[in-house]
Design a binder for this molecule. Structure first.
Ligand code: PLP
Ligand code: SF4
Length: 532
Protein backbone atom coordinates (compact mmCIF):
# COMPACT_ATOMS: atom_id res chain seq x y z
CA UNK A 1 0.00 0.00 0.00
CA UNK A 2 1.36 3.44 -0.94
CA UNK A 3 1.82 5.96 1.83
CA UNK A 4 -0.52 8.84 1.24
CA UNK A 5 1.72 11.49 2.81
CA UNK A 6 4.95 10.58 1.05
CA UNK A 7 4.69 12.42 -2.28
CA UNK A 8 5.76 15.86 -1.06
CA UNK A 9 9.00 14.52 0.31
CA UNK A 10 10.62 13.99 -3.04
CA UNK A 11 11.64 17.62 -3.37
CA UNK A 12 15.01 18.74 -2.07
CA UNK A 13 14.62 20.47 1.27
CA UNK A 14 17.67 22.12 2.75
CA UNK A 15 16.83 21.64 6.38
CA UNK A 16 19.29 22.85 8.98
CA UNK A 17 20.13 19.25 9.85
CA UNK A 18 20.91 18.42 6.26
CA UNK A 19 23.11 21.48 5.74
CA UNK A 20 25.59 20.17 8.27
CA UNK A 21 26.06 16.91 6.36
CA UNK A 22 28.99 16.28 4.05
CA UNK A 23 28.93 15.94 0.27
CA UNK A 24 28.99 12.14 0.36
CA UNK A 25 25.82 12.08 2.43
CA UNK A 26 23.96 14.76 0.47
CA UNK A 27 24.80 13.03 -2.84
CA UNK A 28 23.63 9.79 -1.27
CA UNK A 29 20.30 11.36 -0.27
CA UNK A 30 19.85 12.84 -3.76
CA UNK A 31 20.25 9.40 -5.29
CA UNK A 32 17.96 7.72 -2.76
CA UNK A 33 15.11 10.14 -3.28
CA UNK A 34 15.00 9.80 -7.08
CA UNK A 35 13.36 6.40 -6.51
CA UNK A 36 9.73 5.38 -6.72
CA UNK A 37 7.40 6.63 -3.98
CA UNK A 38 5.18 3.59 -3.65
CA UNK A 39 5.90 0.18 -2.29
CA UNK A 40 3.51 -2.75 -2.62
CA UNK A 41 5.53 -5.17 -0.54
CA UNK A 42 4.30 -5.35 3.08
CA UNK A 43 7.30 -7.47 4.13
CA UNK A 44 9.74 -4.85 2.94
CA UNK A 45 7.78 -2.09 4.66
CA UNK A 46 7.79 -4.08 7.86
CA UNK A 47 11.55 -4.59 7.62
CA UNK A 48 12.30 -0.92 7.03
CA UNK A 49 9.99 0.04 9.84
CA UNK A 50 11.93 -2.24 12.19
CA UNK A 51 15.30 -0.90 11.07
CA UNK A 52 14.14 2.70 11.46
CA UNK A 53 12.84 1.98 14.94
CA UNK A 54 16.16 0.44 15.98
CA UNK A 55 18.14 3.33 14.46
CA UNK A 56 16.08 5.83 16.42
CA UNK A 57 15.90 3.93 19.69
CA UNK A 58 19.46 2.77 20.12
CA UNK A 59 22.39 5.04 20.76
CA UNK A 60 24.62 3.06 18.39
CA UNK A 61 26.00 3.63 14.91
CA UNK A 62 25.36 0.13 13.65
CA UNK A 63 21.51 0.25 13.43
CA UNK A 64 21.70 3.59 11.58
CA UNK A 65 24.13 2.11 9.04
CA UNK A 66 21.93 -0.98 8.74
CA UNK A 67 18.94 1.20 7.82
CA UNK A 68 20.88 3.29 5.29
CA UNK A 69 22.52 0.23 3.74
CA UNK A 70 19.12 -1.39 3.32
CA UNK A 71 17.68 1.80 1.76
CA UNK A 72 20.65 1.90 -0.63
CA UNK A 73 20.14 -1.73 -1.61
CA UNK A 74 16.40 -1.19 -2.16
CA UNK A 75 17.07 1.92 -4.23
CA UNK A 76 19.51 -0.05 -6.42
CA UNK A 77 17.48 -3.26 -6.69
CA UNK A 78 13.82 -2.17 -6.55
CA UNK A 79 14.25 1.51 -7.56
CA UNK A 80 12.31 2.58 -4.47
CA UNK A 81 12.74 5.88 -2.63
CA UNK A 82 12.77 6.11 1.20
CA UNK A 83 9.52 8.03 0.62
CA UNK A 84 7.91 4.71 -0.21
CA UNK A 85 8.33 3.81 3.45
CA UNK A 86 7.16 7.11 4.85
CA UNK A 87 10.69 8.39 5.44
CA UNK A 88 11.36 12.05 4.69
CA UNK A 89 14.71 13.72 4.02
CA UNK A 90 14.42 15.38 7.43
CA UNK A 91 13.97 11.99 9.11
CA UNK A 92 17.09 10.65 7.41
CA UNK A 93 19.09 13.83 7.96
CA UNK A 94 18.30 13.62 11.68
CA UNK A 95 19.59 10.04 11.77
CA UNK A 96 22.70 10.98 9.77
CA UNK A 97 23.46 13.75 12.25
CA UNK A 98 22.88 11.34 15.13
CA UNK A 99 25.38 8.94 13.52
CA UNK A 100 28.07 11.60 13.29
CA UNK A 101 27.42 12.62 16.88
CA UNK A 102 27.91 9.08 18.19
CA UNK A 103 30.91 8.19 16.02
CA UNK A 104 34.23 9.20 17.64
CA UNK A 105 35.69 10.22 14.29
CA UNK A 106 32.51 11.91 13.05
CA UNK A 107 32.34 9.56 10.08
CA UNK A 108 29.37 10.52 7.92
CA UNK A 109 26.64 8.12 6.83
CA UNK A 110 27.42 8.80 3.16
CA UNK A 111 31.14 8.17 3.69
CA UNK A 112 30.56 4.94 5.54
CA UNK A 113 27.76 3.51 3.38
CA UNK A 114 28.81 4.71 -0.08
CA UNK A 115 32.62 4.66 0.22
CA UNK A 116 34.02 2.61 3.09
CA UNK A 117 31.65 -0.36 2.96
CA UNK A 118 32.01 -0.89 -0.83
CA UNK A 119 35.82 -0.74 -0.48
CA UNK A 120 35.62 -3.41 2.21
CA UNK A 121 33.25 -5.48 0.04
CA UNK A 122 35.71 -5.36 -2.86
CA UNK A 123 38.54 -6.31 -0.50
CA UNK A 124 36.55 -9.29 0.79
CA UNK A 125 36.12 -10.53 -2.78
CA UNK A 126 39.90 -10.57 -3.23
CA UNK A 127 40.44 -13.04 -0.38
CA UNK A 128 37.29 -15.18 -0.40
CA UNK A 129 38.48 -17.57 -3.09
CA UNK A 130 41.70 -18.04 -1.10
CA UNK A 131 39.86 -18.68 2.15
CA UNK A 132 37.69 -21.23 0.36
CA UNK A 133 40.57 -23.38 -0.93
CA UNK A 134 43.53 -22.81 1.41
CA UNK A 135 43.02 -25.88 3.58
CA UNK A 136 42.50 -28.19 0.65
CA UNK A 137 45.23 -26.79 -1.65
CA UNK A 138 47.85 -25.97 0.98
CA UNK A 139 47.17 -27.85 4.21
CA UNK A 140 49.39 -26.99 7.16
CA UNK A 141 51.00 -29.55 9.44
CA UNK A 142 48.40 -28.51 12.02
CA UNK A 143 45.57 -29.41 9.68
CA UNK A 144 47.25 -32.69 8.74
CA UNK A 145 48.20 -33.54 12.30
CA UNK A 146 45.96 -36.61 12.53
CA UNK A 147 47.58 -38.31 9.54
CA UNK A 148 51.03 -37.16 10.67
CA UNK A 149 50.38 -38.84 14.04
CA UNK A 150 49.35 -42.05 12.27
CA UNK A 151 52.52 -41.84 10.15
CA UNK A 152 54.58 -41.39 13.30
CA UNK A 153 53.21 -44.56 14.85
CA UNK A 154 53.87 -46.51 11.67
CA UNK A 155 57.44 -45.16 11.28
CA UNK A 156 58.21 -45.62 14.97
CA UNK A 157 57.23 -49.25 14.89
CA UNK A 158 59.06 -49.90 11.61
CA UNK A 159 62.27 -48.30 12.92
CA UNK A 160 61.73 -49.83 16.36
CA UNK A 161 61.90 -46.45 18.02
CA UNK A 162 60.80 -45.94 21.61
CA UNK A 163 58.78 -42.93 22.71
CA UNK A 164 62.00 -41.41 24.09
CA UNK A 165 63.87 -42.07 20.84
CA UNK A 166 61.21 -40.20 18.95
CA UNK A 167 61.24 -37.25 21.32
CA UNK A 168 64.99 -36.80 21.46
CA UNK A 169 67.32 -35.30 18.90
CA UNK A 170 69.84 -38.12 19.24
CA UNK A 171 67.02 -40.63 18.71
CA UNK A 172 65.92 -38.78 15.56
CA UNK A 173 69.45 -38.67 14.14
CA UNK A 174 70.41 -42.24 15.02
CA UNK A 175 67.22 -43.55 13.37
CA UNK A 176 67.40 -41.35 10.30
CA UNK A 177 66.21 -42.69 6.97
CA UNK A 178 69.10 -42.69 4.52
CA UNK A 179 68.53 -45.72 2.32
CA UNK A 180 65.94 -46.47 -0.30
CA UNK A 181 65.15 -49.71 1.58
CA UNK A 182 64.06 -47.78 4.67
CA UNK A 183 62.25 -45.16 2.64
CA UNK A 184 60.28 -47.66 0.58
CA UNK A 185 59.08 -49.41 3.75
CA UNK A 186 57.66 -46.14 5.00
CA UNK A 187 56.02 -44.99 1.80
CA UNK A 188 54.82 -46.87 -1.23
CA UNK A 189 57.10 -45.91 -4.10
CA UNK A 190 56.67 -47.13 -7.68
CA UNK A 191 59.40 -49.44 -9.03
CA UNK A 192 60.67 -46.73 -11.39
CA UNK A 193 61.17 -44.25 -8.53
CA UNK A 194 62.98 -46.85 -6.45
CA UNK A 195 65.41 -47.47 -9.31
CA UNK A 196 65.90 -43.75 -9.86
CA UNK A 197 66.47 -42.91 -6.22
CA UNK A 198 68.91 -45.79 -5.87
CA UNK A 199 70.84 -44.40 -8.80
CA UNK A 200 70.73 -40.76 -7.72
CA UNK A 201 71.73 -41.41 -4.13
CA UNK A 202 75.08 -42.70 -5.38
CA UNK A 203 75.89 -39.03 -6.02
CA UNK A 204 73.54 -37.14 -3.73
CA UNK A 205 73.02 -37.79 -0.13
CA UNK A 206 69.56 -38.53 1.18
CA UNK A 207 68.71 -38.23 4.84
CA UNK A 208 65.35 -37.68 6.47
CA UNK A 209 64.74 -37.65 10.17
CA UNK A 210 61.86 -39.96 11.08
CA UNK A 211 59.99 -36.86 12.26
CA UNK A 212 60.41 -35.11 8.89
CA UNK A 213 59.40 -38.31 7.08
CA UNK A 214 56.19 -38.45 9.12
CA UNK A 215 55.06 -35.20 7.45
CA UNK A 216 54.89 -36.93 4.06
CA UNK A 217 51.33 -37.38 2.86
CA UNK A 218 51.43 -40.76 1.19
CA UNK A 219 48.31 -40.02 -0.86
CA UNK A 220 49.97 -37.14 -2.73
CA UNK A 221 52.27 -38.08 -5.65
CA UNK A 222 54.43 -34.98 -5.59
CA UNK A 223 54.21 -34.41 -1.87
CA UNK A 224 56.13 -31.20 -0.99
CA UNK A 225 58.03 -32.91 1.85
CA UNK A 226 59.06 -35.78 -0.38
CA UNK A 227 60.15 -33.38 -3.14
CA UNK A 228 62.39 -31.51 -0.72
CA UNK A 229 64.05 -34.52 0.85
CA UNK A 230 64.26 -37.37 -1.65
CA UNK A 231 66.55 -36.87 -4.68
CA UNK A 232 64.90 -37.76 -7.98
CA UNK A 233 66.16 -38.72 -11.44
CA UNK A 234 66.10 -35.10 -12.58
CA UNK A 235 69.13 -34.38 -10.41
CA UNK A 236 71.25 -36.68 -12.50
CA UNK A 237 69.65 -35.55 -15.76
CA UNK A 238 70.35 -31.95 -14.80
CA UNK A 239 73.89 -32.63 -13.75
CA UNK A 240 75.87 -30.51 -16.11
CA UNK A 241 78.93 -28.40 -15.90
CA UNK A 242 78.93 -27.28 -12.33
CA UNK A 243 79.24 -23.53 -11.99
CA UNK A 244 81.68 -22.81 -9.14
CA UNK A 245 79.58 -22.75 -5.99
CA UNK A 246 79.30 -19.56 -3.95
CA UNK A 247 81.97 -20.58 -1.46
CA UNK A 248 84.81 -20.70 -3.97
CA UNK A 249 84.58 -17.10 -5.13
CA UNK A 250 83.35 -15.51 -1.91
CA UNK A 251 85.52 -16.95 0.81
CA UNK A 252 88.22 -14.47 1.95
CA UNK A 253 89.15 -16.60 4.99
CA UNK A 254 88.72 -20.05 6.44
CA UNK A 255 85.00 -20.87 7.01
CA UNK A 256 84.07 -17.30 6.02
CA UNK A 257 81.92 -16.10 3.12
CA UNK A 258 81.76 -12.41 2.43
CA UNK A 259 80.41 -10.13 -0.24
CA UNK A 260 79.23 -7.26 1.92
CA UNK A 261 81.44 -4.90 3.94
CA UNK A 262 79.62 -5.36 7.26
CA UNK A 263 77.93 -8.77 7.17
CA UNK A 264 79.79 -12.07 6.93
CA UNK A 265 78.85 -15.69 7.32
CA UNK A 266 80.71 -18.38 9.23
CA UNK A 267 79.99 -21.76 7.69
CA UNK A 268 80.35 -23.47 11.04
CA UNK A 269 79.43 -27.01 9.98
CA UNK A 270 78.69 -28.96 6.81
CA UNK A 271 76.03 -31.08 8.50
CA UNK A 272 72.26 -30.84 8.47
CA UNK A 273 69.60 -32.94 10.18
CA UNK A 274 67.92 -33.39 6.79
CA UNK A 275 69.48 -32.83 3.37
CA UNK A 276 67.45 -30.71 0.95
CA UNK A 277 67.22 -31.60 -2.73
CA UNK A 278 67.37 -27.87 -3.58
CA UNK A 279 70.40 -27.05 -1.41
CA UNK A 280 72.45 -24.18 -2.77
CA UNK A 281 75.50 -25.59 -1.01
CA UNK A 282 74.96 -29.05 -2.44
CA UNK A 283 78.63 -29.23 -3.36
CA UNK A 284 79.82 -28.88 0.25
CA UNK A 285 76.97 -30.11 2.30
CA UNK A 286 76.30 -33.61 3.27
CA UNK A 287 78.69 -35.60 1.11
CA UNK A 288 80.54 -36.51 4.27
CA UNK A 289 79.96 -35.24 7.81
CA UNK A 290 82.94 -33.31 9.08
CA UNK A 291 83.78 -32.05 12.52
CA UNK A 292 85.64 -28.77 12.23
CA UNK A 293 88.63 -28.14 14.44
CA UNK A 294 88.91 -25.46 17.07
CA UNK A 295 91.69 -24.01 14.93
CA UNK A 296 89.30 -23.51 12.02
CA UNK A 297 86.84 -21.59 14.21
CA UNK A 298 89.69 -19.53 15.67
CA UNK A 299 90.91 -18.54 12.21
CA UNK A 300 87.40 -17.48 11.23
CA UNK A 301 87.01 -15.47 14.45
CA UNK A 302 90.42 -13.87 13.90
CA UNK A 303 89.30 -12.66 10.48
CA UNK A 304 86.27 -11.03 12.12
CA UNK A 305 88.37 -9.63 15.01
CA UNK A 306 90.76 -7.93 12.61
CA UNK A 307 88.03 -6.37 10.42
CA UNK A 308 86.47 -3.56 12.42
CA UNK A 309 83.80 -2.85 9.80
CA UNK A 310 82.08 -6.17 10.36
CA UNK A 311 79.03 -5.78 12.61
CA UNK A 312 76.67 -8.67 11.83
CA UNK A 313 77.69 -12.34 11.82
CA UNK A 314 75.62 -15.06 10.26
CA UNK A 315 76.47 -18.49 11.66
CA UNK A 316 75.34 -20.99 9.10
CA UNK A 317 76.43 -24.28 7.62
CA UNK A 318 74.97 -26.64 6.97
CA UNK A 319 72.71 -26.09 9.90
CA UNK A 320 74.05 -24.13 12.88
CA UNK A 321 71.80 -26.00 15.35
CA UNK A 322 73.56 -29.23 14.42
CA UNK A 323 76.54 -27.88 16.36
CA UNK A 324 76.82 -29.23 19.89
CA UNK A 325 75.64 -26.74 22.51
CA UNK A 326 79.12 -26.13 23.86
CA UNK A 327 80.59 -25.21 20.45
CA UNK A 328 77.64 -22.95 19.66
CA UNK A 329 78.03 -21.27 23.04
CA UNK A 330 81.76 -20.82 22.51
CA UNK A 331 81.31 -19.16 19.10
CA UNK A 332 78.52 -16.90 20.36
CA UNK A 333 80.53 -15.86 23.41
CA UNK A 334 83.60 -15.15 21.30
CA UNK A 335 81.52 -12.98 18.97
CA UNK A 336 79.90 -11.12 21.87
CA UNK A 337 83.38 -10.26 23.12
CA UNK A 338 84.34 -8.53 19.87
CA UNK A 339 83.46 -4.85 20.26
CA UNK A 340 82.63 -4.13 16.64
CA UNK A 341 80.35 -7.16 16.33
CA UNK A 342 76.90 -5.86 17.21
CA UNK A 343 74.57 -8.71 16.32
CA UNK A 344 74.36 -12.33 15.31
CA UNK A 345 72.21 -14.58 13.18
CA UNK A 346 71.88 -18.33 13.41
CA UNK A 347 70.84 -20.18 10.25
CA UNK A 348 68.92 -23.36 11.00
CA UNK A 349 66.21 -25.55 9.57
CA UNK A 350 66.18 -27.80 12.63
CA UNK A 351 62.94 -26.49 14.15
CA UNK A 352 61.35 -27.88 10.96
CA UNK A 353 63.43 -31.01 10.34
CA UNK A 354 64.25 -32.13 13.91
CA UNK A 355 62.44 -29.84 16.38
CA UNK A 356 63.37 -32.21 19.21
CA UNK A 357 66.79 -30.51 19.15
CA UNK A 358 65.35 -27.34 20.65
CA UNK A 359 65.94 -28.14 24.33
CA UNK A 360 66.18 -25.90 27.37
CA UNK A 361 69.96 -25.92 27.38
CA UNK A 362 70.03 -24.54 23.83
CA UNK A 363 67.37 -21.95 24.69
CA UNK A 364 69.45 -20.80 27.68
CA UNK A 365 72.51 -20.33 25.47
CA UNK A 366 70.44 -18.29 23.03
CA UNK A 367 68.89 -16.21 25.81
CA UNK A 368 72.24 -15.39 27.41
CA UNK A 369 73.92 -14.39 24.18
CA UNK A 370 70.84 -12.47 23.08
CA UNK A 371 71.05 -10.47 26.30
CA UNK A 372 74.52 -9.39 25.32
CA UNK A 373 73.86 -8.67 21.63
CA UNK A 374 70.74 -9.40 19.57
CA UNK A 375 70.33 -12.81 17.95
CA UNK A 376 68.08 -13.47 15.00
CA UNK A 377 67.31 -17.07 14.16
CA UNK A 378 66.97 -17.45 10.41
CA UNK A 379 65.13 -20.56 9.34
CA UNK A 380 63.88 -22.11 6.11
CA UNK A 381 60.25 -23.17 5.81
CA UNK A 382 58.97 -23.70 2.27
CA UNK A 383 55.48 -25.04 2.76
CA UNK A 384 52.77 -24.75 5.41
CA UNK A 385 52.93 -28.53 5.65
CA UNK A 386 56.26 -28.14 7.48
CA UNK A 387 54.63 -26.21 10.32
CA UNK A 388 53.21 -28.64 12.85
CA UNK A 389 52.24 -28.32 16.52
CA UNK A 390 55.74 -29.62 17.37
CA UNK A 391 57.70 -27.21 15.16
CA UNK A 392 55.29 -24.41 16.10
CA UNK A 393 56.10 -25.02 19.75
CA UNK A 394 59.85 -25.00 19.02
CA UNK A 395 59.52 -21.66 17.23
CA UNK A 396 57.44 -20.20 20.04
CA UNK A 397 60.08 -21.15 22.60
CA UNK A 398 62.92 -19.83 20.42
CA UNK A 399 61.10 -16.57 19.78
CA UNK A 400 60.82 -15.92 23.53
CA UNK A 401 64.61 -16.03 23.82
CA UNK A 402 65.85 -14.12 20.78
CA UNK A 403 65.30 -10.81 19.04
CA UNK A 404 63.51 -12.25 15.99
CA UNK A 405 62.84 -15.45 14.08
CA UNK A 406 62.97 -14.91 10.33
CA UNK A 407 62.18 -17.19 7.41
CA UNK A 408 64.09 -17.53 4.16
CA UNK A 409 61.97 -19.62 1.82
CA UNK A 410 63.00 -20.84 -1.61
CA UNK A 411 60.47 -20.53 -4.41
CA UNK A 412 60.12 -24.10 -5.66
CA UNK A 413 57.98 -25.59 -8.40
CA UNK A 414 55.26 -27.83 -7.03
CA UNK A 415 56.02 -26.81 -3.45
CA UNK A 416 55.06 -23.17 -3.05
CA UNK A 417 54.64 -21.73 -6.56
CA UNK A 418 50.99 -20.72 -6.37
CA UNK A 419 49.33 -17.74 -4.77
CA UNK A 420 47.39 -19.99 -2.39
CA UNK A 421 50.44 -21.98 -1.28
CA UNK A 422 52.60 -18.90 -0.71
CA UNK A 423 49.92 -16.97 1.17
CA UNK A 424 49.24 -20.00 3.31
CA UNK A 425 52.94 -20.50 4.03
CA UNK A 426 53.47 -16.89 5.06
CA UNK A 427 50.32 -16.73 7.19
CA UNK A 428 51.01 -20.04 8.89
CA UNK A 429 54.59 -19.23 9.85
CA UNK A 430 53.65 -15.76 11.06
CA UNK A 431 50.95 -17.26 13.26
CA UNK A 432 53.75 -19.35 14.76
CA UNK A 433 56.14 -16.54 15.67
CA UNK A 434 58.20 -16.65 12.45
CA UNK A 435 58.43 -13.60 10.24
CA UNK A 436 58.77 -14.01 6.45
CA UNK A 437 62.03 -12.34 5.48
CA UNK A 438 63.28 -13.52 2.08
CA UNK A 439 61.85 -15.55 -0.75
CA UNK A 440 64.75 -16.74 -2.89
CA UNK A 441 64.33 -17.50 -6.51
CA UNK A 442 65.76 -20.98 -6.92
CA UNK A 443 69.38 -20.62 -8.00
CA UNK A 444 70.69 -21.17 -11.53
CA UNK A 445 74.08 -22.14 -10.18
CA UNK A 446 73.36 -25.76 -9.50
CA UNK A 447 72.10 -27.56 -12.61
CA UNK A 448 70.95 -30.38 -10.29
CA UNK A 449 67.77 -28.56 -9.48
CA UNK A 450 66.81 -26.85 -12.72
CA UNK A 451 63.53 -28.76 -12.51
CA UNK A 452 62.55 -26.80 -9.37
CA UNK A 453 63.07 -23.35 -10.86
CA UNK A 454 60.17 -20.92 -11.29
CA UNK A 455 60.33 -18.00 -13.76
CA UNK A 456 60.76 -14.60 -12.14
CA UNK A 457 57.51 -13.22 -13.64
CA UNK A 458 55.58 -15.96 -11.86
CA UNK A 459 57.36 -15.21 -8.58
CA UNK A 460 56.59 -11.53 -8.97
CA UNK A 461 52.90 -12.24 -9.55
CA UNK A 462 52.77 -14.32 -6.38
CA UNK A 463 54.55 -11.72 -4.25
CA UNK A 464 52.53 -8.86 -5.70
CA UNK A 465 49.27 -10.69 -4.93
CA UNK A 466 50.13 -10.51 -1.25
CA UNK A 467 50.21 -6.71 -1.00
CA UNK A 468 47.07 -5.37 0.64
CA UNK A 469 45.70 -8.86 1.19
CA UNK A 470 47.74 -10.12 4.13
CA UNK A 471 49.68 -8.21 6.77
CA UNK A 472 52.58 -6.23 5.37
CA UNK A 473 55.01 -7.94 7.74
CA UNK A 474 53.97 -11.34 6.35
CA UNK A 475 55.28 -10.43 2.88
CA UNK A 476 58.84 -11.59 2.17
CA UNK A 477 61.32 -9.75 -0.02
CA UNK A 478 61.75 -11.57 -3.30
CA UNK A 479 65.45 -12.12 -4.00
CA UNK A 480 67.83 -13.42 -6.63
CA UNK A 481 71.11 -14.69 -5.25
CA UNK A 482 73.85 -13.68 -7.65
CA UNK A 483 76.98 -12.76 -5.71
CA UNK A 484 74.79 -10.96 -3.18
CA UNK A 485 71.07 -10.66 -2.73
CA UNK A 486 69.32 -8.66 -5.41
CA UNK A 487 65.65 -7.62 -4.97
CA UNK A 488 63.35 -8.79 -7.77
CA UNK A 489 60.16 -6.93 -6.88
CA UNK A 490 58.09 -5.28 -9.56
CA UNK A 491 57.90 -1.50 -9.34
CA UNK A 492 54.53 0.12 -8.73
CA UNK A 493 55.77 3.46 -9.99
CA UNK A 494 54.27 3.72 -13.48
CA UNK A 495 55.60 7.11 -14.55
CA UNK A 496 54.91 10.82 -14.40
CA UNK A 497 51.69 12.63 -15.25
CA UNK A 498 51.78 16.44 -15.19
CA UNK A 499 54.38 16.44 -12.45
CA UNK A 500 52.52 13.86 -10.36
CA UNK A 501 53.85 10.35 -9.94
CA UNK A 502 51.52 7.69 -11.27
CA UNK A 503 51.32 4.73 -8.90
CA UNK A 504 49.54 1.39 -9.20
CA UNK A 505 47.86 -0.37 -6.30
CA UNK A 506 49.28 -3.90 -6.49
CA UNK A 507 46.12 -5.52 -5.11
CA UNK A 508 43.63 -4.30 -7.71
CA UNK A 509 45.60 -2.49 -10.39
CA UNK A 510 43.94 0.84 -9.62
CA UNK A 511 46.08 3.80 -10.62
CA UNK A 512 46.56 6.72 -8.26
CA UNK A 513 48.26 10.05 -8.77
CA UNK A 514 50.72 10.87 -6.07
CA UNK A 515 52.07 14.42 -5.81
CA UNK A 516 55.80 14.22 -5.19
CA UNK A 517 57.70 16.45 -2.78
CA UNK A 518 58.63 19.73 -4.45
CA UNK A 519 62.36 19.56 -5.32
CA UNK A 520 62.72 23.33 -4.95
CA UNK A 521 61.31 23.26 -1.40
CA UNK A 522 63.46 20.22 -0.64
CA UNK A 523 66.56 22.07 -1.89
CA UNK A 524 65.98 24.94 0.52
CA UNK A 525 68.47 24.42 3.37
CA UNK A 526 67.26 27.40 5.38
CA UNK A 527 64.10 25.96 6.90
CA UNK A 528 62.46 25.61 10.31
CA UNK A 529 64.86 26.79 13.01
CA UNK A 530 67.43 27.83 10.41
CA UNK A 531 65.16 30.35 8.68
CA UNK A 532 67.03 33.65 8.32
C1 PLP B 1 72.92 -14.16 2.70
C2 PLP B 1 74.21 -13.71 3.02
C3 PLP B 1 74.38 -12.59 3.85
C4 PLP B 1 73.23 -11.88 4.52
O1 PLP B 1 72.47 -11.09 3.67
P1 PLP B 1 71.31 -10.17 4.26
O2 PLP B 1 70.76 -9.46 3.08
O3 PLP B 1 71.91 -9.26 5.27
O4 PLP B 1 70.30 -11.10 4.88
C5 PLP B 1 75.65 -12.16 4.09
N1 PLP B 1 76.72 -12.78 3.57
C6 PLP B 1 76.59 -13.85 2.77
C7 PLP B 1 77.80 -14.47 2.22
C8 PLP B 1 75.32 -14.36 2.47
O5 PLP B 1 75.20 -15.43 1.69
S1 SF4 C 1 69.17 -27.14 5.62
FE1 SF4 C 1 70.12 -25.56 4.31
S2 SF4 C 1 72.29 -26.13 4.18
FE2 SF4 C 1 71.15 -27.93 4.94
S3 SF4 C 1 70.68 -29.10 3.11
FE3 SF4 C 1 68.91 -27.79 3.50
S4 SF4 C 1 69.30 -25.96 2.25
FE4 SF4 C 1 71.26 -27.06 2.43
Amino acid sequence: MPDSNSTAQNTHQDTTAEKSLDGFTRDFFDTLFTGDQTCEDPDLKYQIHGLKQAAEDKNLTFPIIALFSKLKAIREKNALSPGAFGLSRQDLAALAVKHETIDEHKVSVGGRVCRALPIVAEAIDRVDDYLGVKTQQAPSGFELWDTIRENQERIKSYLKMTHDDWNSYSGQISHCIDTIEDLSKIIDLPERVIREVTHVTQNYRMRLTPYYASLIQTTIANDPILLQSVPTGEMVDNKGVEIPPVAADHSPARLIDQFYPRVVTIKATNMCAMYCTHCLRLAHIGKRDRIYTEQAYEEALDYIRSNHRIRDILITGGDSFVLPNKILEKILTALDEIDHVKMKRLGTRIPVTAPQRVDNELLDILAQSNDRKPIRVVTQINTAQEMTPVSGDAFKRISKNVFAVLNQAVLLKGINDTRVKMWKLCETIQENYVRPYYLFNCSYRNPQFTHFRVPIEKGRDIIESMYGNISGDAIPRYIATAGGKIPLHRSNVEGLVNGDILLKKPWNGEEVRYPDADPAIYANGAFAFMKP
